[in-house]
Write a protein that binds this ligand. Sequence first.
Ligand code: PGA
Length: 258
Amino acid sequence: MRKPIIAGNWKMNNTAQQGVTLVKELKPLVSNAACEVVVCVPAIDIPAVAEALKGSNIALGAQNVHFAEKGAYTGEISAEMLKDYGVKYVIIGHSERRQYFGETDETVNLRTHAALNAGLIPILCIGETLAERETGKTEEVLDRQIEQGMKGIDDISKIVIAYEPVWAIGTGKTATAQQANETIGYIRKKVAQTFCPKCAEKVRIQYGGSMNAGNCKQLMAMEEIDGGLIGGASLKSADFSAIVHYDAQGLKLDKDLL
Ligand code: PGA
């Protein structure tokens, strides 16, 4: 049984003070959550948010980590520095980092190993662009991201995979629950072939891309979907807690989602 994991990705939003206010609102709203709850915050917010989260069931996550242990990497942050503040999860290879900051499968792989070596749990993001989906390249792209980005990981069930179709991020365009389930099923099959079937059964795979209070129940009801990586809807406590309590939401009878 895979424990569902709902993670917020604040991206470049919220000063430390705003972040503290948000998690203080969130804490009582999600204290009885059945799933694992994570907030991935800007690096500079980490000390204050870590303090505010003390004694709660919300785990702290970062949005990136450098692959070297330490050294001459101006502007970067190491896994040890994150661990020092009680960070548990770290997003790696988000499509925005691939698109705007030159992240490649090779650097994703290096960062993943650095995170695992330090005892952090990577949330490794993969997903195709619209052009790739429309030209029938989805599986080829996912194969490459899995083979190269996850190379050398001895127990793949120690990471969380986030399937985020790039065309669904921040666009309000969600993959249909069916589409997301099928693609995540494909990812699990590929992970089984590349690594081991047992680990593939255990590894948690989230869906990410315009997930919200209206569509979370239907997405989370899908067999292969083990959680969500939530951008925009994680910035308001009411919206995020509604997703954390996805089972309690009304089913949105939107034909798009069926
Ligand atoms: P979104 O972002 O929920 O705003 O689409 C998801 C993500 O990029 O992780």
